[in-house]
Design a protein around this ligand. Sequence first.
Ligand code: AHR
Length: 306
Amino acid sequence: PVIAYAQGLPKLAQKKTYKVGFAQTESNNPWRLAQTKSMQDEAKRLGHQLVYTDAAGSAAKQVSDVDSMIAQRVDAIFLAPREEKPLAAAVKKARAAGIPVILLDRNVDQKLAKAGTDYVTFIGSDFIEEGRRVGEWLVKKTNGQAKIIQLEGTTGSSPANDRRTGFENAIKGQAGMKILASQTGDFARDKGRQVMQTLLQAHPDVNVVYAHNDEMAIGAIAALEAAGKKPGKDVMVLSIDGGREAVQLVADGKINYIVECNPKFGPKAFETLAAYAAGKKIPAKIINPDREFTAENAKQLLSSAY
Ligand code: AHR
C-alpha cells in the first residue's frame, strides 16, 4: 500500500534544514554505532540539526526520550523502537503533538499503531524474510537434519519476534529439524556467550547455533571454543547482520552463513523525510535489500569496501 501525504498525519513544512530527533535504542554494539554514524553523517552533510538520544537499552527511557523531543519541538522524529509494544504509545503521542515520526529498522506493534495513521512509514529490513532465508539455507545444507540452539534477540523487539517466526516457519514440517532450546541473549555478545555456555551443558549434542545477530553469534563462538568444540565444523554457526568482524569469521570458517541487515540508514531516512515534506506519496514500508555472506563470497567482499 501507498500512503498519501496529509491523510491525517502531521504536516511537515518544506524547509532547507530541519531540527530532527533520532531516538536510538542503545549503543552497545557495532551495528548500532554504524546506524548512529550514518544518521549523524547524513544530517551533517545536509545541514540538519540532529537531536540524538540513546535509550541505553531501556524502552522506558526511550519513551521519555521521545517526550523530551516533543517538548523541544523538533520538526520530525526518527525512531528505532527498542520494543514493539511500549514505543507504540510514544509514536501516537508525537503524532498528537503534530510531529511526524518515521520508524527506522525496528517496528512497533501493528495492532497498536499504523503507518499512514500514526507514523509516516517504516524503513528497514524484512526480518521475517531474514529468518526464513537462514532456515531454508540450513534445511538445504543439512538435508533437513539438525539439532539447533536458537539465541533470540531482545524480548519484545520486532527483529527477535520476526527472525524467530521466519526461521521456525522455514523448518516447520521437517521432522529432522529440532530446536533443542531457544533463549534470549538480548542481541549482546557477552549475554550470548553466557546463554550458550549454559545451554551447551544441557544440550551437548547441539550441532547448529542460530543467533539473531552477529554479536550473539560471536559470543556463542567463544562459548563453543571454551567447551573444546570447533565453531563452523562441530557446530554450525548462523547469524544475521554481516558486520565486518562477523564476515571475517565467515572467511575464517567459524561462521557458516549470515544474512545481511544493513545499518546505513542515513541517506534513505533523510531522502524519505524530504519526499514527505514535498507531499510525495510514501509507501507504508520501505524495505532494504539484504545480501548474504558465505564461504564463497566472504573473502572477496572483505577485500572491497562493502
Ligand atoms: O534491529 C536490528 C538489530 O538490532 C540488529 O540485528 C542488531 O544487531 C541490533 O541490535
